[in-house]
Design a protein around this ligand. Sequence first.
Ligand code: GDP
Length: 483
Amino acid sequence: NKIQVKDLAEKINISPNKLISKLINFGVMAGINQEIDFDTASIIASEFNYELRLDKKTDEEESKDKSYDSLDFEDPEESLQLRPPVVTVMGHVDHGKTSLLDAIRETNVTQKEAGGITQHIGASAVTINNKKVVLLDTPGHEAFTSMRARGAQITDIAIVVVAADDGVMPQTIEAINHAKAANIPIIVAINKVDKSEANPDRVKQELTEHGLVPEDWGGDTIFVPVSALKRMGIDELLEMILLVAEMQELKANPNRKAMGTIIEAKLDKGRGPVATVLVQKGSLSIGDAVVAGAAYGRVRAMLDDRGKRVKKVGPSTPVEILGLSEVPEAGEHLYVVEDDKKAREVATRRKEVIRNEQLKVNQKVSLEDLFERIKQGEVKDLNIIIKADVKGSIEAVKQSLEKLSTDEVKVNPIHGGVGAITESDIMLASASNAIVIGFNVRPTNTAMEIANKENVDVRTYRVIYTAIEDIEAAIKGMLTPEY
Ligand code: GDP
């Protein structure tokens, strides 16, 4: 059960070179004509959002091989079942993200099991009308986007909290643009409506200017007035989450080997490496052989978000697992493989890579190689983040940039904001393969460090004209290199 590198590349629609680089990432050195095993191929394919399945018709022997049958990665439509939505709360500082998360969890606990203590494992599940909603514990678009930059897309719906007494603020806009860049639906929670200064209509008005038009004003964004403090509107908010989830038809096959993402992980003195996994596909059971980055092992025990021991969990369930060989990185994917040997094999390869970070291939877009990448058909959208010292520049740059779009490449400003280039801008650029341009602003030191690490192209200008000229030249392949 092996596949040639060039055949795999063709099947998953990427260039063989790109595939070879990805394999190197996983510590597998293979040439274009060499063969790799099915497990490795499946894992690589899933990184590119493809699921591999062995074609049973070609070889009767293979179809008898049960161990591979169970690795059947393509989930047929009829195997898919509805799964609970996974939600992240975002918004400006002090607008009530943490309070809202607490309110949702407490409302739920008092309903279900008064006195029950919620464990902090990185995510938790609440139930309304017998339906589950999963909440990620770390609020904010920074956490959300840094997961995305590591290739982990785990959130289905973003709740953007806006305080009714304060209105739309810079981080509200950031949150909205981060959610939009990830292509996930947004529900607006207008918080603090208990306050006498609360002005929900102002929030609606301001958000309309940013493309979020409330349903009662003819748009399609759901707004829910809440008070996290007074526990008002919480059930309505949860119901709206379920409604949006229903429209998205979130589905997964619960009856296959599990695949999930590490949400957080730590070394516990008594218990060894402990990791919270959000199971996304399939079911994870005690005793399963798993690999998550360089970590591997057998699931020795599983605890849910209430600290209860569980034996088997399905899609959209956060669980804390014990039994890994080391602490995996948050954002790593976790896969169930057939046995310990396989788990160790995959993890060992991955470990080599982590050691040889210099092998990491740069697949991020930069103005230097833009023309080449457009020609190869690898880049169809040039995503740009604009930071400036004054608001007026952002709008001006945005409009000039959009006009540079050609048949081959669409110039796409995904976020604009006033102020220095921050860590959050860089992570958004990294997650969305964007470049960052600044006008009369500079990156902070941390932002610069991360930009270097993440290979994000950051450019600063004093005049708008020069920036437009540079980008236009890059699109046409006429950019003169920077010294
Ligand atoms: P975060 O920074 O977005 O996580 O905001 P917090 O949840 O820490 O809340 C910031 C402040 O707003 C705290 O002092 C909260 O008590 C207060 N707050 C949060 N929600 C409400 C609300 O619904 N009504 C009122 N009056 N205050 C609230």
